[in-house]
Design a protein around this ligand. Structure first.
Ligand code: NAP
Length: 538
């Protein structure tokens, strides 16, 4: 099957999205194949092998919900499972449903050309091979295009150096070595906390600090797993009803209606609760109201002050340029305590910027830091980056890259006008980037699959977003974004990446939909129920 050159559907990417998408298509008997650029499946969980990489969603809310048998067979061993286990899980799923034979690895699509005459996409792979497909469904991830800074001398360093996304598969010796980590986002925070007590000296190159609250991880025993299994229906119903796809629910008593003491009591409890509780179980006002946000930010700042012994270092670890919860919140395990260790050194780049990389370390304006290993935890060209690196030419040869230069335009994050028969799982302006990822993509995969079933039944061979529906969705995305304090943030949620030209601070690119999950799900259901008025079906 996989060697045919022409398919009804080509799915791009064998990560969390592609795996479920191919399962649905195979079950329906659709001729479909997954093309994966990497040499094996797993996407994010195949690539991010850095020490400390793990879920920050509760494991049992992250797993697929579509198969009772799968839920019964899999034992999550930790509340927040680690990367090796997550990759094992995805392999388990693929093997259980015999999906590997529909997957092609090292199949790196570099160009996609729309052929109006026969309503197909022509896909060109890096090795020159070509395929055609009626429909292309992308599952290329939201954080799959890592970015590196462009400091002079980046190529001159003679020690080991890599981006966290490209962490080598073979073990990297860190013991007894001087390691530099550049970047203090969710990735940097996980790496730093994990390796602080393993390396000889650890230098953290921090440009801006991030807010971060405890993950509060713990093992899951057989007995607890049995209780979780018995509760799966309830768990997934809770996730579907909650704003961000977790079991945590916001506290709706009203920030200003309860006393300051009651607010403090809630925060004390949430700080000790696992996962995103402190974010998702908080008062919704903290995301909208400056005064409420300032108060919660001060609470978290004080927690940092309590945990970091040197007051001067504590102050450097407290963000000043953005309030709590206005950028994607990293969760941590003894991250702040790492700075109490004599071998951990904070290099504050706001005081001593990096000048260059040298043969033997990193040179800042205050002098050279000698290093054996440099880890770049410098983030991603998020959400649109992987689309921008594909040469997608739609109707009349217009490119997706040009269309999205100042920010993406999509209908529900699922399709973009001018690019027929191209459907996106976790596309820009969907809810996927800002919620518990698998919860969002399962419903999107189901929606896209239903659409293809509808198309088949109705003899539809061309599906394109209606331009006016796309404009209307863009307005919804913008309104949802502009009401939140995060509108001013300089994180990837708002399309900022200082290492990618054109993605500058102060230039908002509306890359994600910040409306809540249930609202998005209702909008999808409404669209399908009405016969897809936002799509031109021919
Ligand atoms: P990130 O949040 O974008 O953080 C990148 C870090 O690198 C920031 O501290 C940034 O500083 C710094 N940086 C970028 N360019 C730099 C430069 N030229 N010089 C010095 N520092 C530079 O990226 P990330 O940490 O990889 O996280 C991305 C997302 O991946 C997360 O938000 C999360 O959604 C996901 N993630 C999830 C998990 C999980 O669930 N378990 C774990 C890790 C990551 P500035 O802040 O100053 O720009």
């Amino acid at each position: 099957m996989v060697n045919q050159q022409c398919h009804e559907v080509v799915v791009l990417g064998a990560g969390v999205s592609g795996i479920y998408q191919i399962k649905r298509l195979v079950d329906l008997g659709v001729d479909a194949v997954v093309l994966e650029a990497d040499d094996d499946l797993g996407g994010t969980w195949y690539r991010n092998r850095y020490p400390g990489a793990r879920f920050d969603s509760e494991s049992y809310t992250y797993g697929y919900s579509f198969s009772r048998e799968l839920l019964d067979e899999w034992h999550w061993k930790e509340r927040f499972s680690s990367q090796p286990e997550n990759l094992r899980y995805l392999n388990f799923v693929v093997d259980k449903f015999d999906l590997r034979r529909y997957m092609r690895f090292n199949a790196h699509v570099v160009q996609m050309l729309w052929q109006e005459d026969d309503r197909t996409w022509r896909l060109i792979l890096a090795d020159g091979e070509e395929l055609t497909a009626r429909f292309v469904i992308t599952g290329i991830g939201v954080l799959s295009t890592p970015t590196l800074p462009s400091y002079p001398g980046m190529d001159e360093f003679e020690g080991d150096t890599f981006h966290t996304y490209w962490w080598p598969k073979t073990p990297v010796a860190l013991e007894g070595r001087r390691v530099g980590v550049v970047g203090t986002g969710a990735t940097g925070i996980q790496v730093i906390a994990e390796i602080a007590d393993k390396v000889d000296e650890l230098y953290v190159f921090q440009r801006r600090p991030n807010w971060s609250t405890p993950l509060n991880n713990s093992p899951i025993s057989e007995a607890e797993m049995a209780q979780i299994r018995a509760r799966y229906d309830e768990i997934f119903a809770n996730c579907a009803a909650s704003p961000n796809g977790f079991e945590h629910v916001p506290d709706r008593r009203g920030f200003w209606k309860v006393s300051r003491e009651e607010r403090m009591n809630l925060w004390d409890a949430l700080y000790e609760t696992p996962g995103f509780a402190f974010l998702a179980g908080n008062f919704p006002e903290i995301f909208l109201d400056e005064a409420a946000n300032a108060e919660v930010s001060e609470y978290v700042a004080n927690r940092i002050r309590q945990r970091v012994r040197d007051p001067a270092i504590a102050e450097k670890l407290i963000p000043r340029d953005h309030g709590f919860g206005t950028q994607r919140l990293p969760l941590e395990t003894r991250y702040f305590e790492a700075y109490n260790r004599a071998n951990v050194h904070l290099v504050d780049l706001s005081e001593q910027p990096i000048e260059r990389v040298t043969k033997s370390g990193i040179q800042t304006t205050a002098g050279q830091v000698a290093l054996d290993v440099i880890v770049w935890a410098t983030g991603f060209d998020a959400i649109t980056g992987s689309f921008d690196r594909l040469d997608v030419q739609g109707v009349g040869g217009a490119t997706l890259r040009d269309k999205w230069r100042d920010g993406p335009g999509t209908f529900l994050g699922l399709a973009s006008s001018g690019f027929p028969n191209l459907l996106m799982i976790a596309g820009p302006q969907s809810v996927s980037g800002s919620t518990n990822f698998p919860r969002a993509i399962e419903s999107t995969v189901n929606w896209v699959t239903d659409l293809l079933v509808h198309a088949r039944a109705e003899g539809v061979s061309r599906i394109e977003a209606q331009p006016q529906a796309e404009t209307a969705w863009g307005d919804v995305v913008q309104r949802a974004h502009d009401r939140l304090l995060s509108r001013r943030s300089r994180g990837w949620f708002t399309g900022y990446n200082g290492n990618v030209s054109g993605h500058d601070a102060g230039k908002v690119r509306y890359v994600a939909y910040f409306g809540v999950g249930p609202k998005y799900a209702a909008r999808l259901a409404e669209e399908a129920g009405a016969g897809y008025p936002g799509l031109d079906l021919r």
